[in-house]
Design a protein around this ligand. Sequence first.
Ligand SMILES: NC(=O)c1ccc[n+]([C@@H]2O[C@H](COP(=O)([O-])OP(=O)(O)OC[C@H]3O[C@@H](n4cnc5c(N)ncnc54)[C@H](O)[C@@H]3O)[C@@H](O)[C@H]2O)c1
Ligand SMILES: O=P(O)(O)OC[C@@H](O)[C@@H](O)[C@H](O)[C@H](O)CO
Length: 549
Amino acid sequence: MVHLTDDLTAFKSFDAALPAFDVTAMRAHTAEHPYWVHFGAGNLFRAVHAPIAQTLLNEGEVASGVIVAETFDADIIDEAYKPYDNKSLNVVLKSDGSIENTLVASVAEAFGVRAHDAEWDGLAAVFRNPELQFVTVTITEKGYAVTRDGAPLPWIAPEVEGGPDTAVSAMGAITALLLERFKAGAYPIAMVSTDNFSQNGDRFGAAIREFAALWAAKGFVGQDFLDYLADDTKVSFPLSMIDRITPNPAQSVADMLGEAGFEDNQIIHTAKRTNIAPFSNTEETWYLVIEDKFPNGRPALEKAGVYVADRDTVNDADEMKVTTCLNPLHTALATYGMLLGYLSMSETIADPDLTKLVERLGYVEGLPVVTDPKIFSPKEFLRQVIEVRVPNPNIPDTPARISTDTSQKIPVRYGVTLSKYFAAGDAGVAGPEGQQTLDDLVAIPLVIAGWLRLLIGTDCKGTRDDGTEVTLSPDPRISEMQEHLKGLSVGSHCSNAAVKAAIAPILSDTTLFGNDLTNTPLSTKIADYLTRLADSTNTAHAVLKDALK
Ligand SMILES: NC(=O)c1ccc[n+]([C@@H]2O[C@H](COP(=O)([O-])OP(=O)(O)OC[C@H]3O[C@@H](n4cnc5c(N)ncnc54)[C@H](O)[C@@H]3O)[C@@H](O)[C@H]2O)c1
Ligand SMILES: O=P(O)(O)OC[C@@H](O)[C@@H](O)[C@H](O)[C@H](O)CO
């Protein structure tokens, strides 16, 4: 039986790759010479960033570890980091059925941000250190929001009024920490968003500058701080693309670890509903591509498998993954997976109608608008997603995880591609079946109709294809969507006109689709598919088959 707090020699009896460095010495070195801070202590950090930091240590490229900070849910640090000496076990579940465990000990220090207390002071000291080279972030799309309709969001407003000394939200805390760095000597730093959306660095930079401008307007910071944040030789916001399907920790993996003698296999559900554990479960394939814009230098990240590239290459790689070749397929499968009652992602893609849906979505509708990033082939990437990665039965991924925040993901996962079709107009884009225009899209409207069909219901409960109730995954806009759809119900033969009227305010919402879809061929298609999907129970397969034949 082994625990993460055991001496590494105890792990001789357990099959795991061990750190090849002295953890105590690494921690002492990091305290003096920090180079990397990560915000967002969730599962992706454990499966991608912390293992990269470990490889750099193992290879002797660096002598310091990564420092992790958590703003949104500091319980993660108290419950899943500190009791385990900040170590974790990364479990790679390969498609050939084999498993590879790594004991990850590259986290030098973990800070939970709740207030400007002693823990905050520790983090602020790291930001004042001239040697700090870069920050990475995985805080979900929601984490970057500062204002809506020009006014600070309700949870941000008190920090705008109270100034930097009160900032504890992700964007507020990071801006306040950059202020510490500015005051200490305006040292340079790279701020790298590694969340799943197009031009993530640009949006991160805009959010930080927006926060600082709100403080400047209240007299808390001066123009010199705004100038520091606007100068990319001082503070850069590189673009990135990150990819590794990393489900929430699964009971099946916990049980398997327990049987193998790993005792730290508890799954933790924090009060804020983060699902975390002292282990992460992930797939074999991974990519991290970062724009090479590090004003304070960087280690040889390439030696740990990271692609470091120019801005256009990173942007093309990211758009390829998040807007066409992976994430739109994920959302399509998760939406119909929820509708059809599938419990795992591998089950969804084993359904021939859903395979057809994502093949059309990827190869026919998505690939024609992809700009080849050249560092890997989009078509081969797509093939692997459809044939190898999502079908991997060993990856315990669920439609429910991927359905979380669908309203926030739709603009990125479909809106960008739709905009490219809008821009191409009547000339269209060159597809596998000749020139194709908005009029030719089938899979994208099917996904939108499927999403709206799933949402028919009340109180964050939707309706499955078989008419049973399903608890929808959390999403900040569910209530708003359900309010629009409240006149519709499954099995009551709603007229096409009633469906059109109910969904008109949704289809015209440019924050959802990047475009107003009313008065386009798509709105007719979406309304027709939705009318048929809602007409009676158990319609989804027939609608898919008919549309995709
Ligand atoms: N898991 C994956 O397969 C995967 C792969 C590629 C990219 N990503 C990106 O990483 C993000 C995190 O994924 P994860 O697997 O670590 O999720 P997770 O649920 O394990 O962790 C989510 C993290 O985001 C933080 N967070 C949530 N809401 C926040 C808010 N409003 N403000 C600030 N922080 C907030 C949480 O506290 C936690 O640190 C995703 O949203 C996505 O953008 C995930
Ligand atoms: O992480 P999210 O919530 O943005 O999206 C859910 C999944 O689609 C996503 O996590 C994928 O697994 C990931 O993007 C694969 O690299």
